[in-house]
Structures are given as structure tokens and as C-alpha cells.
Design a protein around this ligand. Structure first.
Ligand SMILES: Cc1cc2nc3c(=O)[nH]c(=O)nc-3n(C[C@H](O)[C@H](O)[C@H](O)COP(=O)(O)OP(=O)(O)OC[C@H]3O[C@@H](n4cnc5c(N)ncnc54)[C@H](O)[C@@H]3O)c2cc1C
Length: 156
């Protein structure tokens, strides 16, 4: 049985998983395909919606998306890809693949030498950091005013 392995549970990884599942469905039994998505996170975070009032709502459980389309979610981090042997190592477990999709996103470089970046740097990449940034802003006194607002909640 052919095995498609996808590394990453963000938009790119989930979309790839859905695409592979659709191809399998369209093959209607002609293709015996196993699909595994490997990512350490349990949720797909809808980053474009993190500016909204309750960022914790801007996420969807991966199992709710992947379960119905027959994609296995392995909750792990990949440390090694061996393209000669067609294997990956995820949390110590070696997994073979026939096709590999690398959708591990990008890694942020934090400028720690920038004053204030250590404590107050908000990347907008995750729900919990966004919630704590929002709480911090609510607690602080406003230092500036602007007619400009963020997208989707323009007010006068
Ligand atoms: C605040 C904000 C607002 C945005 N608004 C918009 C918008 O309006 N429109 C738009 O088009 N784009 C927007 N973007 C950009 C968009 O969100 C990103 O381009 C997109 O999320 C990237 O998706 P990705 O799947 O490539 O990577 P990511 O979402 O970063 O996903 C990477 C995945 O790989 C996993 N991973 C990483 N390393 C490993 C490993 N070693 N092993 C296994 N898994 C691993 C991670 O856990 C994660 O699941 C916004 C981004 C931000 C931060």
C-alpha cells in the first residue's frame, strides 16, 4: 500500500492531506493509499482571524478535519528526513513513505537585542500568545490614538 506522509499541520499540510484524500476518493478503489499527517499540534490555527475578539475560537481540532477524510494524524515532530531510504523520524519513530510533502512552515527569528522584544514581542502565530497579548493591551493605558483600525473591525 502506498504511503503519503505530510509534515506539518498548518494550512499547507492540511490542504495537502485533503488533496491526497480527494485523489484517493476519485480513484475509487484503484489506489490503495495511506495518508499520514505528522505535526505536534492538535489544532489548525486560522491566523488571518487572530485579530478578532476571541482568538481562542480561531482554531479547529485537526481530528475533526482529518478524521472524516481518512487521514491519520501522528502527533509528533520530525527530526530527520532520509530521502535515499524514504524515511522520516518522528519523535524517535522511523516511518517509511512513498511520497513526502514538506509543509513545516517557517521559523521566526526573534531579534532579542531589540529593546522590549524579549518580553513584548507578539508574532500573531498562535492562539495563546495572541490571547495574552490582547490581555496585556487591555490592561495597559492607551498611549496613542489613531483613526486607523485593524481589518474587519473598523470603528469611528
Ligand atoms: C497574524 C497573521 C495574519 C495572517 N493573515 C493572512 C491573511 O489574511 N491571508 C493570507 O493569505 N495569509 C495570512 N497570513 C499568513 C498565513 O497564515 C501563513 O502563510 C500560513 O499560515 C502558513 O501556513 P503553512 O502551513 O505553510 O505553515 P504553518 O501554519 O506555520 O504550519 C506549519 C506546520 O508545521 C508544523 N511543523 C513545524 N516543524 C515541524 C516538524 N519538525 N515536524 C512536524 N511538524 C512540524 C507546525 O507545528 C505546523 O503545524 C497571516 C499570518 C499571520 C501570522
Amino acid at each position: 500500500m502506498a504511503h503519503v506522509v505530510i509534515i506539518g499541520g498548518g494550512f499547507a499540510g492540511v490542504w495537502s492531506a485533503a488533496g491526497a484524500a480527494l485523489a484517493r476518493e476519485r480513484a475509487a478503489g484503484d489506489t490503495d493509499l495511506r495518508i499520514t499527517l505528522i505535526a505536534p499540534n492538535d489544532h489548525l490555527v486560522l491566523r488571518p482571524r487572530l485579530y478578532e475578539p476571541e482568538p481562542d475560537l480561531a482554531k479547529v481540532e485537526l481530528r475533526r478535519i482529518l478524521g472524516p477524510i481518512g487521514v491519520r494524524h501522528l502527533r509528533a515532530s520530525v527530526s530527520t528526513i532520509d530521502t535515499d531510504r524514504r524515511t522520516v523520524v518522528a519523535d524517535g519513530e522511523e516511518i517509511g513513505y512513498d511520497r513526502l510533502v514538506l509543509a513545516a512552515g517557517s521559523r521566526l527569528v526573534r531579534p532579542h537585542d531589540l529593546p522590549g522584544a524579549g518580553c513584548c514581542w507578539w508574532t500573531g502565530r498562535g492562539c495563546s500568545r495572541t490571547s495574552s497579548a490582547r490581555a496585556r493591551v487591555r490592561r495597559s493605558k492607551p498611549h496613542w490614538t489613531s483613526w486607523a483600525s485593524n481589518t474587519g473591525s473598523a470603528r469611528r
